[in-house]
Ligand binder design. Structure first.
Ligand code: 6GU
Length: 247
């Protein structure tokens, strides 16, 4: 998968050199291209923002540098088109489902903004020619979209074939389609069996796979009810019944 990021802070993406994503890049599974938006500014000060039409606080990112930067990225492969992802707190929620959708794309282009966001005509221009998603990573406001891009690249990158080893699989993840759809994972334990007076639940030491599976599912349901009641409410009763009848 190719990933392009246009930002006024390309140095924000140093973490993509590290760990799982860093390895995926070394192995050629993920091809990341970072671009400095200011390279496409026209004036000596390399200005990328201006005051908002209609008044109000803050600054808005000018359309011209974004247009030229995006055109330059698109020219890297005229035979293909990336899915353009515009991080914004006003966007649709980024979910595991969307991460899986992005993981199936050959090319993603992220356009993280600073200030009050990008002049909306940029999204209109490219939205008329290709898929442009305005996406939010949660109901809070970040100083810019860069960290949101790190979140999305990590969530998508770990789903690419060959990135996760057998040691950890995406199948049992919270939110994974299937049995864990809309459920949070329960607690996990490792050795020693007793630590500072806290014991590992006995069932996990029993070797009884059927009972362990039932216990894990109960814990997942319990944690979901406690932390995310709205997820439990959204569970399809048929799905719930199907996976629970098996245990
Ligand atoms: Cl994608 N950007 C910013 N600036 N703030 C956010 C966000 C994105 N998602 C949640 N808050």
């Amino acid at each position: 998968m190719r990933v392009d990021v246009i930002s006024i802070f390309p140095e924000y993406f140093a973490p993509l050199d590290v760990s799982l994503i860093g390895k995926a890049r070394e192995r050629g599974i993920l091809d990341v291209h970072l671009h400095q938006l200011r390279d496409w500014a026209r004036d000596v000060h390399r200005t990328v923002d201006d005051t908002p039409y209609g008044g109000g606080p803050g600054m808005v990112m000018k359309p011209e540098p974004w247009g030229e930067a995006i055109d330059a990225v698109l020219a890297a492969d005229p035979a293909a088109q990336p899915r353009i992802i515009v991080p914004t707190p006003s966007g649709v929620p980024f979910t595991q489902k969307l991460a899986m959708e992005y993981a199936a794309e050959p090319w993603l282009l992220f356009t993280p903004a600073r200030y009050e966001g990008i002049d909306s005509r940029v999204m209109a221009e490219y939205g008329a020619r290709m898929r442009v998603d305005e996406v939010s990573v949660g109901d809070y406001v970040l100083a810019g979209g860069e960290v949101a891009v790190l979140v999305m690249v990590e969530a998508v990158g770990r789903l690419l074939p060959g990135v996760l080893g057998n040691a950890h699989s995406a199948v049992d993840d919270s939110f994974a389609p299937g049995a864990m759809e809309n459920l949070l994972e329960g607690p996990v334990y490792t050795k020693p069996p007793e630590w500072r007076g806290h014991e590992v639940p006995e069932i996990l030491l029993s070797g009884h796979h059927g009972k362990i599976a039932r216990w894990r599912r109960d814990e997942a349901l319990r944690r979901t009810a406690r932390n995310r009641l709205e997820l439990l409410a959204a569970l399809d009763p048929e799905t719930l019944d199907k996976h629970d009848r098996k245990l």
